[in-house]
Write a protein that binds this ligand. Structure first.
Ligand SMILES: [Zn+2]
Length: 337
């Protein structure tokens, strides 16, 4: 991608579909929250935290991630966290984003769901009003916890209102999606959208399992689909969107470097690939940086970057009219630049 194209990409209206709000907690905010909420962290300053952001694998990242979430206590904390990410969206021209949150972690820390959701919702409204940044919220269940209690949690979230769907995240290895079949069936009956992390560290079978038992509409990550020609064919034929997160995959050791990432091969195979930042505070960059660095490492074209944005619009859970508007905005931006 040349300098001109990079500029064009930066200004282009974009969509993000795989983003954990807790993963946007930057070291500076983490230190402030720890102090305000009297939580003691094993890090004295921002440099010490950044040094801790060198992970061996998904589990080592999750250990730090869950430690940091202990500093999120009050409605104001969730509001500030969400608003800071949505301000990033404004600055990067991300017009629409679908954000994950992990309520079970916060409940374990004694923070009620109403507090978490009130803070997030206030920030969503403010970002829409002030900057025109639109967002949806997806409640994630942590797959390494028991499925018991997740239906009650889902029903409580529905009573509060404000979620557009459910997801499945956290440590994938040895935690196949099927365990949450019943919970996802309830979500489906409630008219909620469904996604799941699968094929990140887990085998391709987990992707198939998520499609067949949880009836997910998108696969988060899904990069290990490449190991199964049969699954690749299915993903292509059914045009199941994959929310690929290159910086995250490299940070957690899924690929040795961006040059070794398989996103170019997935695109060549005709899959509906999207690019996302996952946990940008931890993995070295937000959406635009993910796209530019990956495209440079793999020598992908500007047209492929546009294709990925079209995929993200089509693969989003925005209403049909909103999708048409977003496609229209993208095309008129490209015409004008
Ligand atoms: Zn994720």
């Amino acid at each position: 991608m040349n300098t001109q194209e990079k500029k064009k990409l930066a200004g282009m209206p974009k969509v993000e579909l795989h983003l954990h709000l807790e993963g946007t907690l930057e070291p500076e905010m983490l230190l402030n929250l720890a102090e305000n909420n009297s939580v003691s962290l094993p890090y004295r300053n921002v440099d010490a935290i950044r040094a801790a952001y060198r992970f061996a694998d998904l589990q080592s990242f999750l250990n730090l991630y869950y430690l940091a979430t202990q500093c999120l206590r009050k409605e104001q904390d969730f509001y500030s966290l969400t608003l800071a990410y949505l301000r990033h969206c404004r600055d990067e021209n991300i017009a629409y984003t679908e954000m994950f949150f992990d309520p079970q972690t916060h409940l374990e820390h004694g923070v009620p769901l109403t507090v978490v959701m009130a803070g997030i919702s206030a920030a969503q409204k403010e970002a829409e009003r002030e900057w025109g940044v639109l967002s949806g919220l997806i409640l994630c269940f942590e797959r390494d916890r028991p499925a018991e209690g997740t239906i009650a949690l889902l029903e409580e979230a529905e009573r509060i209102g404000g979620i557009i769907g459910v997801g499945l995240d956290s440590a994938e290895r040895d935690h196949p999606p099927g365990k949450f079949q019943e919970t996802f069936a309830v979500a489906r009956a409630l008219g909620l959208h469904r996604v799941a992390h699968a094929g990140e560290e887990g085998p391709p079978e987990y992707i198939t399992d998520a499609l067949d038992t949880l009836f997910v509409e998108r696969i988060d990550h899904g990069v290990r689909a490449i190991e199964s020609p049969e699954l690749l064919r299915r993903l292509r034929e059914e045009q199941i969107p994959l929310t690929v997160c290159p910086f995250s995959n490299v940070s957690l050791g899924g690929f040795g470097s961006l040059q070794q990432h398989n996103v170019g091969r997935l695109l060549d195979a005709g899959l509906k690939v999207t690019i996302n930042s996952d946990d940008p505070a931890y993995f070295g960059g937000y959406l635009t940086e993910n796209i530019i660095a990956t495209w440079e490492a793999l020598g992908l074209s500007f047209e492929q970057a546009v294709q990925v944005q079209v995929n993200a619009i089509e693969g989003s859970f925005a209403e049909e009219q909103k999708k048409r508007d977003m496609l229209q905005n993208l095309m008129s931006y490209l015409d004008q630049h």
